[in-house]
Design a protein around this ligand. Structure first.
Ligand SMILES: Cc1cc2nc3c(=O)[nH]c(=O)nc-3n(C[C@H](O)[C@H](O)[C@H](O)COP(=O)(O)O)c2cc1C
Length: 192
């Protein structure tokens, strides 16, 4: 698959099977990430690969955050929302947690560190697709909480960028490309 085809056919794949992709394929995805463009080559990105029961590291954070939202809950409800958190992290056999630690070099802009890490994520999504895997970048409010930052050892200045859920696409499930404005609608050509 060439790059243009990969860009044109990649979709966020929500439904994946429980089959665990071989480590070699996950390594390929991580290798694609580290090749992203990056001003000053600070390599601000970090990855935590969760598989099997390792996914509980994310699930426990989801669970705790679910519990914190409740006002005077019963023990039963606390347990049930915690379990929900655990199962949320098991929507794919592999979850790659992406974090960014911006450089403290005063010449380096934080926004560019985040941009470079987003480029790394797109490389990962395209690589997963080209390797026959399905991947999806997921975030949501829990991503940006102190609880989540702590769970993945992110510094005060750092950020959790999100969770890349990876697996083999479930057979027979298709995804419609989202509506997008035309190139003409989003572009101004300045020729003189
Ligand atoms: C930063 C970021 C966060 C996202 N978080 C979620 C999410 O939490 N839940 C979700 O369903 N999709 C999430 N997505 C995926 C988008 O919904 C998806 O990319 C969009 O609908 C376009 O579909 P496509 O990726 O198949 O082109 C996220 C995408 C990005 C870039």
């Amino acid at each position: 698959m060439d790059t243009i085809e990969a860009i044109e056919t990649r979709r966020s794949v929500k439904k994946v099977t429980e089959k665990i992709p071989p480590k070699a394929l996950i390594m390929k995805i991580l290798d694609a990430a580290r090749r992203a463009p990056n001003h000053f080559n600070t390599e601000p990105w970090h990855f935590t690969v969760l598989t099997g029961e390792g996914r509980n590291k994310l699930g426990e954070a989801y669970g705790k955050l679910n519990q914190e939202k409740l006002d005077q809950p019963s023990r039963e409800l606390l347990d049930s929302v915690y379990e929900k958190g655990l199962s949320k992290a098991k929507r794919a056999p592999v979850v790659i947690v992406v974090t960014v630690e911006p450089s403290d070099n005063p010449r380096v802009k934080k926004v560019e560190e985040i941009a470079a890490t987003a480029c790394a994520v797109e490389n990962m999504l395209l690589a997963a697709h080209a390797l026959g895997l399905g991947a999806m970048w997921r975030t949501g409010d829990p991503t940006y909480t102190e609880t989540m930052k702590r769970a993945f050892g992110v510094s005060e200045n750092g950020l959790v960028m999100g969770f890349i859920y990876v697996g083999y696409p479930e057979a027979g499930v298709t995804y419609k490309p989202p509506a997008r404005k035309s190139v003409e609608d989003i572009t101004i050509w300045v020729e003189k």
